[in-house]
Design a protein around this ligand. Structure first.
Ligand code: ADP
Ligand code: MG
Ligand code: MG
Length: 387
């Protein structure tokens, strides 16, 4: 018997479009002999859509849905619950929802960012007792919160950059004290980030005190928690001027996860910001495998698995590192080994067939369609294991 797989895409976050692209790739590649696929869309206003409306959202014909953003919210939540109830117990719940999804065996929530990658949708699926791809509530929430994530990394003995976490209320209450706290602990340049976000939204690189307050105000627009980190750059004298190397590893599995080869992103800008991630004119190109010594890549792959475990992740994650760059002209031949820091985990990384996560597995011997297959199997295993 074929399994019914609900693929959920879109969502209320700033990464709505990225999600649509990931889902389109999955729908195209998934093995239709094994799976019956049920597309489920979430419009930008939070409205849940199925059938033709979900297809239309995917095709970019209606990225708004029909409800105004705020008013749609409550109703959207009711609908989400109803959709799940409907999926669970067909007849009785039929009237509850206009969503005709039927009973689902497993859900693939291809959602990035808030209300999708952060444990919220995962919690709903737990309550509905439906298997789903990826991390559970805790792992998803930790993976979304750059402050909590650092606590987990540090507890596991993984190297992280020096940082300060501020609450928006502390910043509004006493900016001078906050600036003092930052400068006491960190050297410029620093990176200012909203704690719970992705795609580099709200992130600034700050080189001087004068730039600090505007950067914190910007990050505070997105989150009540702001993380400020010392910038990773070059080594020694080039510390402040050099650009960090950005290395990424794909991890796959549940309790006994495996790590892919290491890939490298070479941003075409000052840092890997929103434009260099998504602008089609951007020339940021992944290098797979990254140019590293054997010892370095071995060390990083071990760290990636430890990071996955430290955050209690499951299914998949892309683990991202920052590495001090050797001064140009001496690639990999610095006197001291370059320092490697864990930057973050992404529990639902970009998943188009040309995104880094699938590309890393492709290069490690797992083609795209098989990857989807394995993720679904891992979801079912985890669901069975849970009780
Ligand atoms: P997101 O979850 O939005 O991707 P990141 O923490 O990965 O947030 O930051 C986005 C980008 O900003 C990174 O890919 C990197 O280019 C740059 N960056 C972030 N933190 C640092 C840091 N401490 N040192 C150097 N570059 C950084
Ligand atoms: Mg991220
Ligand atoms: Mg990142």
């Amino acid at each position: 018997k074929k399994l019914r797989v609900g693929v959920v895409f879109g969502g209320r976050s700033g990464e709505h479009e990225v999600s649509l692209r990931s889902a389109a790739s999955i729908l195209e590649a998934i093995d239709r002999k094994k799976y019956d696929v049920v597309p489920i869309g979430i419009a930008k206003n939070g409205q849940w859509l199925s059938g033709g409306k979900a297809q239309a959202l995917l095709a970019g014909e209606s990225s708004q849905g029909s409800l105004p953003a705020k008013a749609g919210r409550k109703q959207a939540h009711a609908k989400a619950g109803a959709a799940v109830a409907n999926a669970l117990e067909t007849e009785a719940a039929d009237e509850l929802s206009s969503l005709d999804t039927g009973k689902l065996d497993v859900v693939f929530p291809v959602l990035h960012g808030t209300f999708g990658e952060d444990g919220t949708v995962q919690g709903m699926l737990e309550m509905a007792d439906i298997a789903y791809v990826g991390s559970g509530v805790l792992g998803s929430a930790v993976g979304m919160d750059k402050d909590a994530m650092k606590v987990m990394f540090a507890a596991a003995g993984l190297p992280i950059v020096k940082h300060v976490t501020l609450l928006r209320s502390e910043w509004k209450g006493s900016p001078r004290k906050c600036v003092a706290r930052v400068e006491e602990r960190l050297q410029y340049p620093v990176f200012v980030k909203p704690a719970n976000l992705g795609s580099s939204v709200g992130i600034s690189k700050v080189k001087t005190r004068a730039e600090l307050a505007p950067a914190i105000n910007e990050a505070a627009k997105f989150d009540r928690k702001i993380v400020i980190e010392e910038g990773v750059g070059g080594t020694g004298r080039t510390r402040a001027t050099g650009k960090a190397r950005e290395l990424e590893i794909a991890v796959l599995g549940n309790d006994d996860p495996i790590a892919s080869v290491v890939g490298e992103i070479v941003p075409d800008r000052e840092f890997y910001d929103y434009e260099s991630k998504y602008d089609s004119n951007s020339t940021s190109e992944p290098v797979i495998p990254a140019k590293l010594s054997r010892a370095e890549s071995k060390q990083m792959r071990e760290m990636a698995v430890r990071a996955f475990r430290a955050c209690d992740l499951s299914g998949l994650a892309r683990v991202d590192f920052l590495m001090e760059a050797a001064p140009s002209g001496t690639p990999g031949k610095a006197a001291k080994p370059a320092k490697i820091y864990l930057n973050e985990v992404n529990t639902m990384p970009g998943f188009t067939s040309i995104s880094m996560y699938p590309k890393l597995w492709q290069a490690s011997g797992i083609p795209y369609a098989e990857l989807i297959d394995r993720l679904i199997q891992l979801a079912l295993e985890r669901h069975a294991e849970r009780k």
